[in-house]
Unconditional design. Structure first.
Length: 457
């Protein structure tokens, strides 16, 4: 009798965010990642609906890495009846803990603000989940080593392999009845300031590969030169440079580059403010897990001493009121929430302000609107004119581009039975499908949200 595995595409299928893939087998039901949808309103609304599967029957969640679109739905999963283990590498779980607590705090604050100022159509507005929900989730965390096969049941085992992208990130190899399922998670760049090269899978019967930049090559631009020009121009205008930044990796990379620029005498000692409680916590993860990145202890300490860490909301306002030209790096990277909104609300209508976008901006986010040249932007129910200069550095993205993705697959010795393209917008998915066909002539498919597929194991 043939054995089957049932694959449920519960997120990041036909879209970039909300990574969730449920593999149902006769022995175990395994959820790979459990992320939140971000971006377009109709996607965000999906977060509020229960998953179309029996959540209580899921045995284990395996996490590729700690970003919100890979872990942010976990507290909702527990509310729907999940009570198994949530497994990742130690730094992934450290990042996930920071992100879940921060996210819960923001949800609570936004619900409170919406109720107070009555701008929500829900009465009352409720947080997506609370700090208590996040803490309950963290109790189920279990760390596992990378590079080691771990047995889940008689015919099922898995392994985490280093993947660059952010600290702790891995791709997951899942062996079920001698068939290998490979989940790429998010693949890092081949030349990263802080992280080592991603490892490559060597066998894949079923390959699930991210396609965020499946249709793009990162520009061959000199990040240091571009940043230097922007900073010198900001000083000349007596203005502020505001960098909305992802708290994990991007913020630490920017800190490192800015410190290097100062060390090389390319920029003067302009005040740099880091206003991201979550980013500060992530810095401590770098300190705790030195084997996962390239920074020496000396470099880490010097880089941290070069910036001003904003500790409180009161200090946020003191920073805004500081009349000096300065650089402010604040979360969040797609301008969807966080401290950066306070700065932009006050400063986006000033022609002397420059806003620098340094990563992928998902469809439907304020970051994408700014990138596409919107003349006004909405914060907390009000519109503000955009008079600031908007700049963009694509090459600081933590995602592999098309060449990197194709190269990442190059060590696979067999011909996969199926390659599933996930985690991409429609144009990126289709271009990447064509590219894989041209280079490898593999059987490629683009699953849609809620698709279910049966495969022989």
């Amino acid at each position: 009798m043939e054995n089957f595995a049932k694959i449920n595409f519960l997120g990041a299928s036909g879209v970039v965010t909300g990574s969730k893939y449920l593999i149902e087998t006769s022995e175990k039901n395994i959820l790979i990642d459990c992320g939140m949808f971000q971006g377009l309103k109709e996607l965000r609304e999906l977060n509020w609906t229960n998953l179309p599967v029996d959540v209580s029957s899921i045995d284990v969640v395996l996490l590729t890495h700690g970003h919100l679109d890979h872990v942010g739905y976990l507290p909702r999963l527990i509310k729907q009846g999940f009570h198994g283990k949530i497994i990742g590498t130690a730094p992934t779980l450290a990042i996930a803990e920071i992100i879940l607590k921060d996210s819960a705090k923001i949800h609570e604050e936004e619900a409170e603000k919406a109720n107070k100022e009555k701008y929500s159509k829900h009465e009352p507005a409720l947080p997506f989940y609370t700090i208590k929900d996040a803490e309950k989730t963290i109790e189920l965390f279990e760390a596992q080593l990378q590079d080691k096969w771990i047995t889940l049941s008689e015919h099922i085992s898995y392994r985490f392999q280093y993947n660059g992208h952010i600290i702790g990130a891995t791709f997951i190899e899942l062996n079920i009845n001698n068939k290998r399922f490979v989940f790429s998670g998010d693949i890092g760049r081949s030349h990263d300031y802080l992280l080592y090269e991603p490892k490559k899978p060597e066998w894949a019967d079923y390959l699930f590969i991210e396609s965020t930049y499946g249709n793009k090559l990162h520009p061959k631009e000199d990040v240091e030169d571009i940043l230097t020009d922007i900073i010198l121009n900001t000083i000349e205008k007596k203005g502020n440079l505001i960098i909305p930044s992802f708290a994990v990796e991007r913020l630490q990379t920017l800190m490192f580059i800015l410190w290097q620029l100062y060390k090389k005498n390319k920029i003067p000692n302009i005040p740099i403010f880091i206003d991201s409680p979550m980013g500060n916590n992530v810095l401590s993860v770098f300190k705790r897990f030195p084997k996962w990145h390239k920074l020496s202890d000396e470099d880490y300490n010097a880089m941290c001493n070069h910036v001003n860490i904003v500790e409180s909301y009161r200090e946020t306002w003191e920073t805004i009121d500081d009349k000096r030209s300065k650089i402010v790096i604040a979360g969040s990277g797609m301008v969807t929430g966080g401290r950066v909104l306070t700065y932009l609300k006050q400063l986006i209508d000033e022609p002397s302000t420059t806003v620098l976008l340094v990563g992928y901006q998902a469809e439907g986010t304020r970051g994408r609107q700014l990138q596409e040249g919107t003349h006004e932007i909405r914060f907390f129910g009000k519109y503000y004119p955009v008079k600031a200069t908007i700049k963009n550095i694509d090459s600081l993205s933590a995602h592999a581009d098309q060449n990197d993705l194709i190269n990442w697959m190059s060590a696979i010795k067999n011909i996969p039975e199926k390659v599933y393209l996930v985690h991409g917008e429609p144009n990126a998915l289709d271009a990447f499908r064509v590219k894989i066909k041209d280079v490898y002539n593999w059987n490629v498919t683009i699953p849609k949200l809620s698709d279910v597929e049966k495969v022989v194991i």
